[in-house]
Ligand binder design. Sequence first.
Ligand code: B16
Ligand code: MG
Length: 218
Amino acid sequence: MISAFVFDLDGVITDTAEYHYRSWKRLAEEEGIPFTREDNEQLRGVSRRESLLLLLKGRVLAESQMQEWMERKNNYYRQYLKEITSADLLPGVQAFLTETRAYGLKIGLASASKNAKDVLNGLGIMALFDAVGDGYSVSNTKPAPDLFVWVAGRLDLPPDRVVIFEDAEAGIAGALAAGMYAIGLGPAERVGKAHVILPDLRDAHVQALLDRLPATPR
Ligand code: B16
Ligand code: MG
């Protein structure tokens, strides 16, 4: 029996990837490092530190400088966050979350972002969540299962009663490693290992999705 739906944030509930991109881009320009939108695709769902390492492409910085660069990028990013409202919810999200609650399922968040709570507040949907796992909850980031396990623990549920909604390959891998169900949002090249693949949450319905899940997650 499924008892909870747990959502990734960036790429599932809202599209903060564009703001992350602009913030990293500004830092990269200030430091004379080439950084394109294509480079940014690799940063989806990846922690701030790992994002910086990808941006550096093998360049080595002292730890203090890494900290300063991450802080600077985050300050740029937080400027964008001030502008976030419910208009930034991805299509279908509000209706699907409302339907999920009405169906009687618990709702959780599993995001790599240390800014996740501010994003949920800006979007005006914080009150819908029973548990929020963010960039402060665990040390091991996706594809490790740790964050999903942490959220399931908060919801007091075993893994096979939890369904994860993810847009990143690393997120799907983490959900499966945790022994949970995975619903992939996006192209099969990225989320093909999920139990069910959807383009996005537009037209998604709880019962129809539950009907498509196999009897066990593995
Ligand atoms: P922060 P998600 C991830 O969010 C983003 O996809 C990724 O680009 C970002 O680097 C990461 O959060 C950390 O964000 O710098 O705010 O801590 O997809 O896991 O919700
Ligand atoms: Mg994501």
